[in-house]
Design a protein around this ligand. Sequence first.
Ligand code: AP5
Length: 212
Amino acid sequence: MNLIFLGPPGAGKGTQAKITSKTYGILHISTGDIFRKAVADRTELGKQVKEIMERGDLVPDNLTISLVKERLTEDDVKQGYILDGFPRTVLQAEKLAEFQRIDAVINFRLSKEEIIRRLSGRRICSGCGAIYHITDYPPEVPGICDKCGEKLYHREDDKVEAVEKRLEVYNKQTEPLISFYRKRNLLYDIDSSINPENSEQQIMKILDEINK
Ligand code: AP5
């Protein structure tokens, strides 16, 4: 099963991708995580994308497409995968369709006010990548991951100015993908406003229906 998780920043794609990948035994591929690791490791790619990401812009299509294309040639993708955060432009979606079959696109829906609230409170583990929220899903010890004991951090692009920019970029460049995939009968909407358990139930219902 090859899936795409589509939606605005902070809509819950990463949280659900971690759960769905465990439940269905499929890979979770996040372009944002790949880029953040490159920045943290100070690789050549990291140097190219650091500033772009911090201000909330998109990494250029040619770079992103070739990175995903290469990742999808590895053996572990045969078990199926979730693309979290890719495609993000119509060109990325068109190129992906040239070399991959996609079974479903899950479209996460959430209001702008709630996106800003969630992202300003989000904290991420620097060790295992677990996702928290300072008031909704706080760790037992503030600033420390319950799962691995490493420090939590606030993403540079989760500051309000960068979030506003990411939302503007989403509306202009990524939202057109909703009609792109709806036309191809691949799009399934979920309401991401309730809680993670509820989103998980909605996704399982869709995937179980597809797998019948
Ligand atoms: P990326 O890392 O993909 O960021 P994003 O799409 O903006 O998504 P986020 O990670 O911010 O949010 P999410 O939807 O995963 O939410 P989460 O589950 O954490 O991309 C970052 C950057 O990389 C881009 O800006 C760009 O520069 C570059 N990039 C990446 N891919 C690219 C591409 N294809 N092309 C070009 N550039 C690219 O949840 C958020 C918070 O809400 C958490 O605190 C969580 O605990 C809480 N929460 C989650 N679900 C719920 C729920 N149902 N109810 C209540 N709270 C919830």
